[in-house]
Design a protein around this ligand. Structure first.
Ligand code: NAD
Length: 368
């Protein structure tokens, strides 16, 4: 078993197990062509873990993740656990996992597929060709800074949060953004509010310094308000968007609407030691257990794992091309409008797995 890439599979709740099974199906299809590559170990997280062990992130899951080189996660949460105390909610399992693994950068690609251009909230001519990635700092900024809280002064209450960025926090996420840009179109847009905020002025200064180590990558700075506008006005002008925790949280949801359906969007959270790959969507309790969920976000998350954790660019690209080809041929799960009868979750997984194998077996495919 040594030499195999160790993947922790955490299906979670609701549609999590259904979509994660399709991602694993595609990875196993890759092994059928390229030979054994992965060692999968499954663990409980979220509500499923609460039911079985009374905690949302059991020790056994922590140990599986510590031993893994990458983590594939489905989703957590559901109404049956909504009345639990805050520290015993399913979402705590995921938050604790991100912090324990020190996942300090979150990547959210937003790519508009030609075959789905009509799903976008924007007019097709504006979004066609959009292919960008948001690189969001995940462990710093206003979500974690001190002082924070609700205090009373002079008989009035006030709420306080503090944006703090230390140089090393900006440096490490900036490096990730420039390295990623080198695998893409070599353009980084760093987004801040340096006209108002000192933390942003430091951010801009550090990013400019790091950029000198990547002379082949073009760097542009934008204020966050201007970036929000340009994402709608000309989304195709962006390649890599590098930004802070809060600005990234907001801009990545805006970018998600460019692509149309939440069932299509993958994400990656990277640290120094391991990485977590998961769909952007939640556990969708309204359709759970009915073989109706769209597994594409989960499968595309596995493709990101191939790219970023295994450095198998060509295999990751093969999975993404397989998704596009299956879409072009008209297969749709019920969340996507289409002319034909919708296909089930597992059927969509079968189609993408079969197409991936076909691409890998074709004479044109090269591993590097
Ligand atoms: P959601 O993303 O689960 O669902 C929103 C809507 O999108 C629903 O109508 C759902 O049916 C649909 N949808 C989502 N994913 C889909 C897919 N793959 N295919 C087809 N349709 C899909 O968000 P929500 O309803 O706000 O939250 C439900 C639960 O998920 C809550 O408990 C929430 O806390 C949790 N949640 C978890 C995560 C996570 O695990 N990372 C993220 C968001 C929400």
């Amino acid at each position: 078993m040594q030499g195999l890439f160790r993947v922790a599979v955490l299906p979670g709740d609701g549609i999590g197990p259904e979509v994660t099974a399709q991602a694993v199906k595609v990875l196993k299809a890759i092994e059928e062509v390229l030979g054994p590559m992965f060692r999968f170990q499954t663990g409980l997280i979220g509500g499923a873990a609460l039911d079985a062990t009374a905690v949302p992130l059991p020790a056994e899951t922590i140990s599986i993740c510590n031993n893994a080189q990458a983590i594939l996660l489905g989703a957590v949460g559901g109404p049956q656990w909504d009345n639990k105390r805050p520290e015993l909610r399913p979402e705590q399992g995921l938050l604790q996992l991100r912090q324990r693994q020190e996942l300090y950068v979150n990547l959210r690609p937003a790519k508009v597929l030609d075959s789905l251009v009509n799903l976008s909230a924007l007019k097709p001519h504006l979004v066609r060709g959009t292919d960008l990635v948001i690189v969001r700092e995940l462990l710093g900024g206003i979500y974690f800074g001190n002082p924070r809280g609700i205090f009373s002064k002079n008989g009035e209450r006030m709420g306080i949060n503090t944006e703090v960025y230390r140089e090393h926090e900006v440096e490490r996420v900036a490096h990730r953004a420039f390295q990623l840009a080198r695998l893409r179109r070599r353009k980084v847009t760093s987004v801040d509010k340096a006209n108002i905020l000192e933390s942003s002025r430091l951010w801009r200064e550090v990013v400019t310094r790091i950029a000198r180590m990547y002379p082949d990558v073009e760097l542009k700075h934008l204020y966050v308000d201007s970036c929000a506008m340009q994402l709608i006005e000309r989304p195709t002008s962006f390649d890599v968007i590098l930004t802070t925790n809060m600005f990234g949280d907001i801009l990545s949801d805006e970018a998600a609407m460019l692509t149309g359906s939440i069932g299509l969007l993958p994400s990656a959270s990277l640290g120094e030691r391991t990485a977590l790959y998961e769909p952007v969507h939640g556990s969708a309790p309204d359709i759970a257990g009915r073989n109706r969920a769209n597994p594409i976000a989960a499968i595309a998350s596995a493709a990101l794992m191939l790219r970023y954790s295994l450095r198998m660019e060509a295999v990751g690209a093969a999975v993404e091309t397989a998704i596009e080809k299956v879409m072009k041929r008209g297969a749709r799960t019920s969340d996507l409008p289409g002319k034909n009868r919708p296909v089930t979750t597992s059927r969509m997984g079968d189609l993408i797995a079969a197409e991936t194998k076909k691409i890998l077996k074709s004479s044109k495919f090269r591993l590097q």
